[in-house]
Design a protein around this ligand. Structure first.
Ligand SMILES: Cc1cc2nc3c(=O)[nH]c(=O)nc-3n(C[C@H](O)[C@H](O)[C@H](O)COP(=O)(O)O)c2cc1C
Length: 190
């Protein structure tokens, strides 16, 4: 039985794709329908963590939908009210910065704009080495925006990478349920 319909977007934090896909699988097992979305870089870049075409195939296999990977594909998200909640996880420092600055030139950032325009919530799963540096200002700005929630995050390696911050991917389901109720899952920083 389907619960809400989710947009499930991934941006280019390639090292966390496996963790994110495991959460997408959990959400689907829980009965959520999901529309997969990738940023241009996520959809087109092969890295040591895997080939783009393989990640696309896995997302399509899990969700049963073609990955939305162009501006034209995501533009109707808000106007047509296609998603009850849009999850962006992993969310890079790049995407955080664009969202905070009001720049919407990728499928994921435009999907967020479109979703917010419809008054519907967005859940961000931060993963960036500069969460407590360059991206701290972006996170701060986005905290003040109505309709934006965060998967709880922490420093992932305070001794080796003191400025790095990563969300706890295992909290995606509970953070999504909270965001669908209009609430931020607490503690947001742990
Ligand atoms: C192998 C690899 C791993 C990366 N990991 C991250 C990461 O964890 N977090 C991050 O913010 N950027 C990371 N980047 C950089 C982003 O991919 C880059 O900033 C890109 O412009 C992001 O675009 P997008 O946000 O539109 O996907 C990584 C890049 C590469 C090649």
């Amino acid at each position: 039985m389907n619960k809400a319909t989710l947009g499930y977007a991934m941006t280019g934090s390639f090292c966390t794709f496996e963790k994110s896909l495991a959460q997408l699988q959990t959400l689907i097992k829980e009965g959520y329908a999901a529309l997969p979305i990738l940023s241009f870089h996520a959809a087109q870049t092969d890295t040591r963590f895997g080939k783009a075409k393989d990640f696309i195939a896995r997302m399509e296999d899990l969700t049963g939908h073609a990955v939305l990977q162009t501006l034209t594909a995501v533009e109707p998200l808000g106007p047509k009210k296609l998603c009850d909640l849009l999850i962006v996880s992993p969310c890079t420092g790049n995407t955080l910065g664009k969202l905070a600055a009001g720049i919407y030139d990728t499928p994921v950032t435009l999907a967020v704009k479109s979703q917010l325009r419809a008054g519907r919530p967005v859940l961000l799963g931060v993963s960036t080495n500069d969460a407590l540096e360059g991206s701290a200002a972006s996170i701060g700005k986005l905290l003040a925006r109505r309709g934006i929630f965060f998967i709880p995050l922490s420093q992932d390696a305070p001794n080796h990478k003191p400025r790095s911050g990563v969300c706890d991917f295992s909290k995606t389901l509970s953070a999504a349920e909270a965001a669908l109720r209009g609430e931020q899952l607490q503690p947001m920083i742990f």
